[in-house]
Design a protein around this ligand. Structure first.
Ligand code: GCO
Ligand code: MG
Length: 403
């Protein structure tokens, strides 16, 4: 089953996505997601110029071999661009294998270890009233786990807030990076009040999560974790810049709040010490940023050994192909925790026809052969790439802060 063709489609149905299409000589097509928000064309070029020409003639069934060929063969290992490119190839090959064997990918990964996949949604608001209405909207749709973010008084725009009440949050909406303002002391005062408000308003009827988005120093994160302990969060996400694993020792020394980390990581090596030293509780890897299904499974297996659960990244800046791939993995791994889920911006559904379902707070990848995603290249062509960037953060004194 040799690879006959590999091509890259960059399109913008609602937001930018980079899609890899691999075709075998037998006419089987597989798709992979190579989207790296705000740096899309770098991955498209990596694939087009350096990977697609090498794939032609390889046996599409040899997924692990092709993975190692691309990872070790480049010599320059890891990094967001390389690992997103390898991920797209890997996921497309799993899709092809499933279609060739007429079975959903999750069956190839060991079969379902659960009936359905607990998902969490993103509630947000510019005021407590708006946040309450947003949470109620998710509860009405059946969600059992909700992430809560609200605008910090005194700051013009806070991370994680939809532009209008109920709208999906999309941060990359400007042709050049928007500049947001950040003030840590205001956030540290506000966040515990916001979470306390949610628990007072709604009780403990659902799992509550909160994302710090890498913005605190280790001791600030420790203080926030301590302040939030009474509210029993399912997790506190990315409390501090994730590239320094030793920071998490400081956090752990002061609080029992569960910690989730990993959406900016690219490989098992980024997770190694956080997992083996039991410094985190949830692995938040993106299937499309850590080299695809093959490598994600290795990270999840290592985490399982240490009692750490999974919480795959699932924002709308990963394409529906990545969400589908994550769901196939979620269904099978013994240490699954929770899956992030945001409805895609319209008109993504015209381009990506998916088989996954959502009901009563739970997702399922469906039973179509392969990943269960039909990618319509003609529809994609109607939505050409438009440059869009994530914002940057400046402190009130004008200096750059982590966004
Ligand atoms: C999340 C993330 C995203 C990121 C986005 C950046 O928890 O889903 O923090 O919202 O900001 O993936 O492109
Ligand atoms: Mg996050």
């Amino acid at each position: 089953m040799k690879i006959a063709d590999a091509r890259v489609v960059v399109s913008s149905p609602g937001r930018n996505f980079v899609t890899l299409v691999i075709e075998t000589v037998d006419g089987i097509t597989g798709v992979g997601d190579a989207t790296l928000n705000g740096r899309e064309l770098a991955v498209a070029s990596y694939l087009r110029d350096h990977v697609c020409p090498l794939l032609v003639g390889h046996d599409a069934r040899r997924i692990t071999d092709i993975w190692s060929y691309l990872y070790k063969g480049a010599y320059w290992r890891r990094g967001g661009v390389s690992m997103a490119a390898i991920a797209a190839v890997d996921v497309a090959l799993w899709d092809i294998k499933g279609k060739a064997m007429q079975t959903p990918v999750y069956q190839l990964l060991g079969g379902a270890a659960r009936d359905s996949i607990l998902a969490y949604g993103h509630a947000s608001g510019n005021s407590f009233d708006e946040l309450d209405a947003s949470i109620q909207g998710f509860l009405d749709k059946g969600y059992r786990a909700i992430r809560a973010q609200a605008a910090i008084p005194g700051i013009p725009h806070t991370y994680g807030i939809g532009t209008t009440p109920g709208a999906t949050y999309e941060p990359a909406n400007a042709a050049s990076p928007d500049e947001e303002v950040w003030e840590t002391s205001l956030y540290l005062e506000f966040a515990p009040k916001m979470i306390a408000h949610v628990r007072e308003q709604f009780g403990s009827t659902f799992q509550l999560l909160h994302d710090v988005h890498h913005r605190l120093s280790p001791i600030e994160a420790a203080r926030l974790g301590h302040d939030l302990e009474p509210y029993r969060l399912l997790w506190l996400e990315d409390p501090t810049a994730a590239e320094d694993p030793s920071a998490f020792r400081t956090i752990r020394a002061h609080t029992t709040i569960p910690i989730a980390v990993g959406e900016v990581f690219n490989s098992i090596w980024d997770f190694q010490h956080l997992i083996t030293e039991r410094l985190i509780d949830y692995v938040r890897a993106s299937v499309s940023h850590v080299g695809g299904i093959t490598h994600l499974l290795r990270i999840f297996s290592l985490a399982d050994l240490y009692g750490i659960r999974t919480g795959s990244h699932g924002p709308t800046d990963l394409s529906p192909i990545s969400l589908s791939a994550a769901l196939h993995v979620d269904l099978t791994v013994p240490n699954f925790g929770i899956q992030e889920y945001m409805p895609f911006l319209s008109p993504a559904e015209e381009v990506f026809h998916t088989s996954y379902t959502f009901a009563n707070g739970y997702l399922h990848p469906g039973d179509e052969p392969g990943l269960g995603v039909l990618f319509d290249e003609q529809a994609a062509a109607k939505h050409p790439y438009t440059p869009r960037y994530l914002p940057v953060n400046r402190r009130v004194d004008g200096s750059i802060h982590d966004w």
